[in-house]
Design a protein around this ligand. Structure first.
Ligand code: CAA
Length: 388
């Protein structure tokens, strides 16, 4: 097992955790990944075992059912799981970063007891319902409305491309409580997906990460009690964007896992495959591909760990998370493409894992903010720093 320079020196607990997670990923998750990719079957038993290992609420304190670990450990575990199965990785990432984190950060103590604890224990699964058919990169333009009624709110609208949308027990739903205020009218709500009027209106048929659901959700005047409002009226967009900062570390780590799987496969193939009387790994053309792939992966990995380290230290890390996601997702896509090239015609067939890596890598350049959005976030911060 390669440690990829894991920053665990002197921390025996973290080293032991990483060894356990790595063994679980390669011995339990990876052997079933092809089956999950081909059938689109939700990896329920893996999610259950991940819950038992504390992987579904990694950064939540033990008081509220979590593992009480830091974002660096989370990023390292995400990479391990995603190197085995990218679908399983995103299921874990959404529950940790997009659902548990905002409840932990913005929820009341009662909300943490009621909503966060079962999610962090992995007894329940969550989804993050921000995007809409006409509000993707611009979530401030969302159309879902929450109207005040006796004892709470009624929410009406459609949410699009929601990871875990089919299986989730809890949804964090963003809706406008005051459409006249634009993005300052957006408010966040904790919604039980079994509520009357809540339904899955469409399931997407996707290029990759086929074993994680991507759903369109319809909320037909769903009643939400007043005590299920997360944060204050009008604070919703800030909650969503702050949450996505952490989410981007998770997706960046997922991309590292996908790219690493492709790189390992390319090295193995190149060592086994003989042409011109010798393994193709002896050819400098192949060696240069492998050197570039390994360098891009490790550069991205250090950006991911840096963003996670900043998150753990409590300072704003929006720019660094955007850099990590931009670099890791583009590295994963590039590495997966090169890995197919190293495999030649074999890499274009479903017999080799690099074909799946190529399909899975693409989404990491799109969800939780496209590469173009990451560049906007980075550039805005760079110019803000210039102004001082
Ligand atoms: N943390 C906290 N607050 C933030 C913030 C952050 N990282 N970034 C911005 N804000 C605040 C701003 O301070 C501003 O507050 P005020 O109105 O009080 O000044 C407010 O939020 C709006 O900020 P901007 O004016 O900068 O917003 P904008 O409309 O120009 O958009 C953006 C900025 C970077 C484009 C942002 O909208 C963005 O990140 N878009 C991409 C959204 C995205 O990632 N969507 C994916 C959805 S989830 C998903 O993929 C599905 C899934 O299930 C995995």
């Amino acid at each position: 097992m390669s440690l990829h320079g894991w920053p665990v020196e002197g921390d025996e607990d973290k080293k032991m955790l990483m060894e356990q997670v790595s063994a679980f990923a390669s011995e339990v998750v990876a052997p079933k990944a092809k089956h999950h990719d081909e059938t689109g079957e939700f990896p329920a038993s893996h999610v259950k075992q991940m819950a038992e290992m504390g992987l579904m609420g990694m950064m939540v304190s033990e008081e509220f059912g979590g593992a009480g670990l830091d974002a660096v450990a989370y990023a390292m575990c995400m990479e391990e799981i995603s190197a085995a199965c990218a679908s399983t990785g995103v299921i874990m990432s959404v529950n940790n970063s997009l659902v548990c984190w905002p409840i932990d950060e913005f929820g009341t103590s009662d909300q943490k007891k009621k909503w966060l604890t079962p999610l962090a224990r992995g007894e329940k699964l969550g989804c993050f319902a921000l995007s809409e058919p006409s509000a993707g990169s611009d979530p401030g333009g969302l159309k879902t409305v929450a109207t005040k009624v006796d004892g709470g709110y009624k929410i009406r609208g459609t949410k699009n491309f929601i990871t875990n949308g089919k299986e989730a027990d809890t949804a964090i739903v963003f809706a406008s409580t005051d459409p006249t205020k634009g993005h300052k009218g957006v408010t966040a709500f904790l919604v039980d997906t079994k509520s009357k009027g809540f339904s899955v209106s469409k399931l997407e048929d996707k290029l990759g990460i086929t074993a994680s659901s991507t759903a369109q959700l319809f909320l037909d005047d769903v009643f939400v009690p007043a005590d299920a409002k997360l944060g204050e009226d009008g604070q919703g967009l800030k909650i969503a964007l702050a949450t996505l900062d952490g989410g981007r570390i998770g997706i960046a780590a997922q991309a590292l896992g996908i790219g690493r799987c492709a790189l390992e496969a390319a090295k193995k193939f190149a060592s086994d495959r003989e042409q011109f009387g010798a393994p193709i790994s002896k050819l400098q053309a192949i060696q240069f591909h492998v050197a570039d792939m390994a360098t891009r992966m490790q550069s991205a990995r250090l950006l991911v760990w840096n963003a996670a380290r900043l998150k753990d230290s409590g300072v704003r890390f929006s720019k660094e998370a955007a850099m990590a996601k931009l670099a890791a997702s583009e590295a994963a896509m590039w590495v997966a493409t090169k890995a197919i090239q190293v495999h030649g015609g074999y890499g274009y067939t479903k017999e080799y894992v690099v074909e799946r890596n190529f399909r899975d890598a693409k989404i990491t350049e799109i969800y939780e903010g496209t590469s173009e959005i990451q560049r906007i976030v980075i550039a805005a911060q760079e110019f803000a720093e210039l102004k001082g």
